[in-house]
Design a binder for this molecule. Structure first.
Ligand SMILES: Cc1ncc(COP(=O)(O)O)c(C=O)c1O
Length: 539
């Protein structure tokens, strides 16, 4: 009986030897009863250019026979043979068969992708979206063929490639940006940090014009958020207010680079250093942004990332925490992985070499280290499917960032050129910043005689997606007005409220083409022309 991986000689002469002195070999891919699914091993010379998916087989891959010369397996030439017409000549090494069968699924996936996932003409222009290609699908399939299911080789590869790209010493991959934020803040409460740990009632400086899960981990850890106002245009904290927010109870600064636009990193670092505060960057919207020539996310004690589809790269759901501090990395990893003390990767035991020799807590001597918990933890790991998609997306990060920046520039110059900026506060960025923009943010200004609602309804009707600046002013959200939360506000959150009322953003993500941008500008112009006419008539 033949089996997968067997190399056979077929007795029927449909397929002629491909090279002088080479017999016609077939590689068996599968068997079912007397039927054999096989593909010819051809000589390289005969390989046609039309081949979409092919693998080379060298002499060393096949045992015990010599296939004559280097062979070539074409996965688009699979045929069905009868067992009785085949003579077994040898078999392919298992790891080579594994590679070839993975290529086979890749071939099928490629056909599927071209039919169902190829970018098509869009009717609308969403504010955010994912850009996926065949490689992302292949990687997801590759990970599923492993059937490892939890975090495995792809997660490890992502952590190390991501660290290398960003310039981080340590990276803990997690299942979302929100989980990354929760872990970053929770890690700072670890008793392993001694006196520097955050304790209930300690204050954390942040802004209220934020994504909710930048704020909620502060509250969930029984800490007190202290809100400073933002600046219009950058939508980041007002640097002058940061120092004013520090009290005797302040222990940390935890703020996002809003819409990919780096905040004043020097100010934040300076205040943190002067008052011995932890500094955490929520970099979820700013992957690829630079401040002073360095990636944002590399300035804080900890930084967080999101790989949700709207973000610079995606793995569906995913996030990461990075740090240069090995102690913080250990705490983050422990809290991500149930709070355990053990650091073995999934599926491995005894990497510490003394699994049954620990004495911690009041547990019996030698209690299995795998089941010792030094933190109140969570399970926030990713699966390898997610990490695999992240890996192929990461390879495209620079391209994605460039397109975001190009789109931003086209919109910005278009608004200026067409005089559309008369009615808006345009985005502003710091001289030392090179933002990998998340969106193009606009605040309707005092000169405009229309309300934001009218404009965004008009844009949405014309197929242009709009988004608000997340929670606007988080203190006005029902989750915050309905509960007796403890927080402190520095002065009036005047600009935060202004954003809540008058701000929105449109997309710059890499799926938006130059033609889309022209259309966006035209639609803005037609809305504003309408406004001018109305005003002309009523004036
Ligand atoms: C600034 C910021 N932080 C955190 C998050 C949460 O990320 P995720 O959606 O992956 O949980 C987001 C989400 O978009 C965000 O914009």
């Amino acid at each position: 009986m033949l089996k997968s991986g067997d190399v056979v000689v077929a007795d029927f002469a449909d397929v002629k030897p491909q090279a002088e002195g080479m017999e016609t070999f077939f590689l068996v891919l599968d068997t079912e009863g007397t039927k054999v699914l096989a593909t010819p091993i051809t000589s390289k010379a005969s390989a046609k250019l039309s081949l979409r998916i092919a693998a080379t087989i060298t002499k060393d891959d096949v045992q015990p026979i010599d296939i004559g010369c280097e062979g070539f397996v074409q996965l688009d030439r699979i045929i069905s043979l009868n067992q009785n017409t085949c003579r077994r000549a040898g078999s392919l090494k298992n790891d080579k068969l594994d590679k070839i069968l993975r290529l086979f699924t890749r071939y099928a996936a490629s056909i599927y992708f071209n039919n169902f996932h190829k970018p098509r003409e869009r009717k609308n222009i969403p504010a955010a979206g994912k850009l996926i290609d065949e490689d992302d699908l292949f990687n997801a399939i590759d990970a599923s063929l492993d059937m490892w299911l939890t975090a495995g080789r792809f997660a490890q590869a992502f952590e190390s490639k991501f660290s290398e790209k960003i310039g981080a010493k340590h990276c803990a991959l997690v299942n979302s940006g929100s989980s990354a934020n929760l872990l970053a803040l929770s890690a700072l409460t670890s008793r392993k940090l001694g006196e520097k740990r955050l304790k209930p009632g300690d204050e954390v400086i942040t802004v209220a014009a934020a994504f909710p899960t930048t704020i909620t981990p502060i509250v969930q850890n029984n800490l007190v958020p202290v809100f400073v106002d933002i600046e219009l245009g950058t939508y980041n904290f007002n640097p002058e207010l940061l120092e004013k927010a520090v009290s005797k109870k302040t222990r940390a600064i935890f703020i996002a680079h809003t819409l990919g636009n780096p905040f004043d990193v020097e100010k934040a670092k300076g205040v943190a250093a002067a008052h011995n505060l932890w500094f955490v960057e929520d970099n979820c919207d700013a992957l690829g942004s630079e401040y002073n020539g360095k990636y944002t996310g590399t300035f804080g004690d900890l930084a967080t990332f999101s790989f949700y589809p709207a973000h610079h790269i995606t793995m569906g759901e995913g996030g990461a925490v990075i740090t240069a501090d090995p102690r913080l990395y250990d705490i983050v990893s422990s809290m991500r992985d149930w709070g355990r003390d053990c650091w073995c990767p999934p599926g491995r035991d005894n990497t510490c070499g003394k699994r049954f020799e620990w004495k911690l807590g009041s547990l019996p001597e030698g209690y299995d280290h795998k089941y010792i918990y030094s933190h109140l933890g969570y399970n926030l790991k990713v699966t390898d499917f997610q990490a695999a998609i992240g890996l192929s997306q990461l390879a495209k990060l620079d391209k994605f960032v460039k397109k975001r920046q190009d789109n931003f520039r086209l919109l910005y110059s278009g608004f200026k050129r067409m005089g559309l900026d008369e009615y808006f506060i345009l985005p502003r960025w710091l001289p030392k910043s090179d933002p990998a923009w998340f969106g193009f943010s606009l605040t309707v200004n005092e000169r405009a005689q229309f309300h934001r609602k009218e404009l965004i309804e008009f844009l949405e009707k014309k197929g242009i997606g709009t988004r608000l600046l997340f929670a606007g002013n988080i203190l006005r959200q029902p989750a915050f007005t309905d509960t007796a939360l403890r927080f402190r506000v520095i002065g009036e959150l005047e600009n935060t409220d202004r954003v809540c009322r008058d701000n929105f953003w449109i997309g710059v993500w890499p799926g938006i083409s130059n033609k889309d941008i022209e259309y966006i500008l035209e639609v803005f112009e037609s809305f504003l022309n309408g406004q001018k006419t109305v005003r002309g008539r009523t004036a």
